[in-house]
Design a protein around this ligand. Structure first.
Ligand code: FAD
Length: 510
């Protein structure tokens, strides 16, 4: 059932068993699991069924330390959330991504890849991906033309991705949700405060506002926040009428550890002769909806004490005129960032190379979890009176060092196998230079602001996504990521939401 919260009498009371706040990848994945469960489920969506400038303006915020995409454009505030314009690239985290790595401070999830596997398999279906297969062999068997580079696999291996159509969750799953008798979807129901009891041990209710200024109360037995990484943190921090530092923030962790994926042009690959390695260049829209990227094995990451990352190949030559994707959205933004030594930010590679032997290598890498990289509340407020969320995106030395070592190892492997050579761009050459070039971009991926850890001093939620210290508040989505892995986040968002849903069904709302 659908109810437009703007049509309710002012000060209405909405009651249910389970309340899901937000209807993006995480919120919709959860809600689908509860259809026909006999439980009275409330879904609260701040926006409506279409993207509206007035609703997007509620997402405004500043990137205070370095250029980033405009925050009000980086997430969509309506039914379906940011799946309304995601690109659909999906892959699973690797087992090492969940592990405690002594060279990566703050790493180590309280769950393993093996525990996630059944949920990944279910998530694959919801995102309309192919079979739950992420080994290159499976795709090579589909088509004899699809081959990997002839490397022995000890250092570099093909990390597989699958492509979702991309699933627009707000379109595909709108009907089942609206037709469900036990699910009530409220649109234009923006949660502006999560209100705890006086002892701050449980959530008592929610304050909801509509854009026209009506206010309603929501009461449920259990609450799941699925507002996205930035807005989950914002809502927790802004809910400070009873808990002065915000909800779940007794150890000053909410909003910290914001992570993105570095996406940056890094090197030129020149092959000795053309290679039949179509596995890395399969078109996203083709019949085999999968593609590989070059990745370093877990053993090599351990040996060199570096982060997980991959490189994609695209035919072409680096020209020296490349720009950051941030610049596309904010023309003035990149002018402020220069490399420490004032070098040119990318280097022209001399002479055009034959296209079938010349590839640009672009990095996709996890960001080391860093407490100083964070979402903070601003002094400015949005139209509904909520403080805006600003971004302080900060890096560590390990972030850049890992990219450089990746390409050194890739170059050695290519040379050893007699395949060709890898020429790093000049921003990567000096191992003492920690600066970042203006061509830096990121994946539009937001992770980590309500991180998962069994120890309340190190995490906001426990292994079941329950906020430490509160009996009935849970967080879904990539806010709970302890580390960010090297792959795009949404398959894991859905898998984590399904895992949370099972936990609530089997252990909490039994
Ligand atoms: C351009 C772009 C391309 C991308 N491409 C990929 C890709 O190829 N692969 C990939 O894996 N990921 C990709 N992503 C990331 C992907 O979109 C996110 O990982 C995913 O949408 C996160 O899901 P979520 O449910 O946590 O958040 P969202 O999808 O952002 O949903 C949050 C929901 O909460 C609602 N909400 C927020 N605050 C409140 C409130 N206070 N009260 C009520 N409702 C609220 C919002 O309206 C929205 O419905 C891309 C993102 C962008 C921007």
């Amino acid at each position: 059932m659908h109810i437009d919260a703007r049509t309710l009498d002012n000060n209405s009371l909405i009651e249910g068993d389970l309340c899901i706040i937000g209807t993006g990848a995480a919120g919709i994945s959860m809600a689908l699991e509860w259809i026909g469960s006999g439980r009275n489920v409330i879904m609260l969506e701040g926006g409506g069924f279409d993207v509206e400038a007035r609703m997007q303006a509620l997402y405004k915020g500043e990137s205070l330390d370095r250029p980033y995409y405009p925050l009000h454009a980086a997430r969509l505030h309506y039914f379906g959330g940011t799946t309304g314009h995601w690109a659909g690239y999906c892959s699973t985290f690797d087992p090492i991504d969940f592990e405690k790595r002594d060279w990566v401070p703050h790493s180590g999830w309280p769950i393993t890849k093996a525990q996630m596997d059944p949920f990944y398999a279910r998530a694959n279906k919801l995102l309309e991906l192919g079979p739950y297969e992420y080994g290159a062999e499976y795709f090579e068997k589909q088509d004899p033309e699809v081959k990997r580079l002839p490397l022995d696999g000890k250092v570099i291996y093909p990390k597989m991705w699958q492509f979702s159509p991309p699933t627009r969750m707000g379109t595909l799953y709108r009907d089942p949700i609206l037709k469900a008798e036990n699910v009530r979807l409220y649109t234009y129901a923006k949660v502006v405060e999560v209100v705890p009891n006086r002892d701050i041990t449980a959530i008592e209710g929610l304050r909801v506002k509509t854009i026209e200024g009506r206010e309603h109360q929501v009461r449920a037995k259990h609450y799941v926040m699925a507002c996205g990484t930035i807005h989950n943190a914002r809502l927790l921090l802004a809910s400070n009428s009873r808990a002065p530092n915000g909800i779940g923030n007794q150890n000053d962790l909410v909003g910290r550890f914001f992570q993105e994926h570095f996406e940056i042009m890094a090197a030129q690959l020149s092959l000795e002769k053309p290679q039949p390695f179509r596995l890395y260049t399969i078109p996203a829209a083709g019949p085999v909806r999968a593609r590989a990227e070059l990745a370093l094995t877990a053993e090599v990451q351990r040996k060199h004490k570096i982060l997980n990352g991959t490189a994609s190949l695209s035919p072409g030559v680096i020209t020296g005129r490349e720009q950051s994707r941030f610049a596309t959205f904010s023309p003035d933004a990149v002018a402020n960032v220069r490399s420490r030594k004032g070098k040119s930010q990318s280097q022209a590679v001399s002479g055009p190379l034959p296209p079938e032997t010349s590839y640009i290598l672009t990095t996709r890498q996890e960001q080391s979890p860093n407490p100083e990289s964070r979402i903070v509340l601003g002094t400015e407020k949005d139209e509904l009176g909520m403080p805006l969320a600003n971004l302080r995106w900060k890096f560590t030395k390990l972030d850049k060092r890992s990219i450089r070592i990746f390409y050194e190892l890739l170059g050695q492997e290519m040379g050893r196998a007699g395949l060709g050579r890898v020429q790093m761009m000049d921003w990567l050459l000096d191992k003492d230079d920690d600066s970042w070039p203006s061509i830096l971009a990121a994946g539009w991926h937001h992770m980590g602001t309500a991180r998962m850890h069994d120890d309340p001093k190190q995490g906001v939620v426990d292994a079941n996504c329950k906020v430490h210290g509160l009996s009935n508040l849970f967080v879904a989505g990539d806010a709970v990521y302890t580390t960010s892995g090297a792959v795009n986040p949404t398959l894991t968002v859905v898998a984590v939401a399904l895992r949370l849903s099972d936990h609530l069904k089997n252990k909490v709302l039994v």
